[in-house]
Design a protein around this ligand. Sequence first.
Ligand SMILES: O=C(O)CC1=CCC(=O)O1
Length: 93
Amino acid sequence: MLFHVRMEVRIPHDMDAEVKADIVAREKAFAQEVQRSGRWPHLWRVVGEYANISIFDVESNDALHELLSGLPLFPYMDIAVTPLAKHPSDVNA
Ligand SMILES: O=C(O)CC1=CCC(=O)O1
């Protein structure tokens, strides 16, 4: 199942710099591990925002929730999920 996911990062401005750096480093390592597994085929920065647009390819809603809630930045992100279905005019469908 494919999902379009928008993540807006909202780290508190008063977070300790070392704590922030550790969370961001763990986020990167986790994200790259999931990308290498094939379950996170697209990760794009939204121009001008501390936000990303991602495509996930996972087996279920529950699998996506488990993955997203495992992100180290999860407590500091606003996340919007859009489930995707095949478009009847898609020549690749
Ligand atoms: O910086 C972001 O958009 C948040 C994030 C998601 C995966 C990652 O490595 O950073």
